[in-house]
Design a protein around this ligand. Structure first.
Ligand code: B12
Length: 286
């Protein structure tokens, strides 16, 4: 019916499909700049199928209790970065702090994508959004904490249920002392696990010295140390040199250090025996 309009729709058709009044469609368009209809030669607005789908997304997010502003932010992201449907659902549920529902969606997404894509398309963007919402003050610490814990527990479960071959090489992952962001370590260990490695993890903020004693005991092939913040180095100014010295005495074990805090802190420091990198691929290749 609308071939002459290049597959686009008049506002009354959009209104009929979405159930939104013409006034609401125009208001959202002008106020939030979320859709950009083109003008027909007769001057009427013409909307694309994508515009209709964006409007339907906003409507459904609003129905689920999100404010119009939050719905716009999510719908915009979905549009620009192709934030997938699972992440949008996780954001909605995370907002209400419903752990059980978070778990259900995580399971669905995991089964749908498989582990590697689940990490890339769901876990990573979800944390990015959590961080943005927390930073902008739209989410409080409780919402951030409940949502991130639910994902962490889910990642732990996946790792625990994995079967290793007897010959699998061991990689040890650890947060530095005073570092509580342990999710990056779970995340990178899962990447190793996918490539046949056996993985062991020391949890958040291990006691000083415990990383070294566990390495000595377990003799892993590789060690991945993580610091999302610069707190570990500020709390213990000798930490980096202590670890570097330990690495020099244990040259048969490859020790890597990554995470935003570590990258930032080590920029102007000399490190001889630890490889500072944020690239998991680089480590997997060596
Ligand atoms: C979840 C979270 C928390 C959770 C942590 C839960 C847990 N058990 O891990 C809780 C609520 C506890 C928390 C606490 C805090 N948080 Co917080 N948190 C986050 C959040 C939202 C997500 C982090 C995450 O897990 N991302 C997912 C992982 C997979 O991605 P990633 O961190 O980018 O890691 C990737 C790479 O860096 C790399 N990588 C990391 N380590 C390593 C190591 C190696 C060897 C390699 C190769 C690669 C590598 O690989 C990962 C995968 O790609 C971020 C926001 C954000 N946008 O990142 C803030 C964020 C990290 N937090 C921040 C802050 C400030 C805090 C607090 C200080 C807040 C407070 N006032 O209490 C405390 C710090 C506590 C502490 N001492 O560590 C800041 C850090 C800023 C900075 N650089 O200093 C961030 C960036 C938020 C922000 N925008 O300000 N947080």
């Amino acid at each position: 019916m609308n071939h002459a309009r290049g597959g686009r729709f008049y506002i009354k058709e959009v209104s009929a499909v979405t159930g939104l009044s013409k006034q609401v469609i125009r208001k959202w368009e002008e106020r939030y700049d979320i859709i950009q209809p083109v003008r027909h030669e007769n001057g009427y607005r013409l909307y694309s199928e994508e515009d209709i789908s964006t409007l339907l997304t906003i409507k459904s997010l609003q129905k689920k209790g999100l404010s119009i502003k939050q719905a716009m932010v999510l719908a915009k992201d979905a549009h620009v970065t192709e934030l997938n449907y699972y992440v949008i659902q996780l954001m909605e549920i995370g907002y209400t702090c419903n752990e059980l529902d978070l778990l259900i969606v995580l399971k669905q997404a995991y089964h749908f994508y498989g582990l590697e894509k689940f990490l890339t398309y769901v876990v990573s963007p979800f944390f990015k959004k959590i961080g943005d919402m927390w930073e902008s003050g739209e989410w409080d610490e409780y919402q951030e904490s409940v949502s991130s814990m639910a994902v962490k527990d889910f990642l732990v479960q996946i790792r625990r249920n994995f079967q290793y071959s007897d010959k699998a090489k061991l990689v040890l992952g650890a947060c530095l002392p005073h570092e509580y962001h342990e999710i990056p370590v779970h995340y990178i260990l899962l990447q190793f696990m996918l490539r046949g490695w056996k993985t062991t993890l020391i949890g958040a903020s291990p006691a000083p010295g415990s990383i070294q004693s566990l390495i000595t005991r377990l003799k892993p092939v590789k060690v991945l140390l993580s610091a999302s913040t610069t707190l570990p180095f500020e709390k213990d100014p000798d930490l980096l040199s202590t670890l570097d010295l330990f690495a020099a005495e244990n040259k048969e074990i490859e020790i890597f250090l990554g995470g935003a805090g570590a990258i930032q802190y080590t920029k102007d420091k000399t490190i001889n025996n630890i490889c500072v990198t944020n690239s998991i691929e680089e480590i997997l290749l060596t």
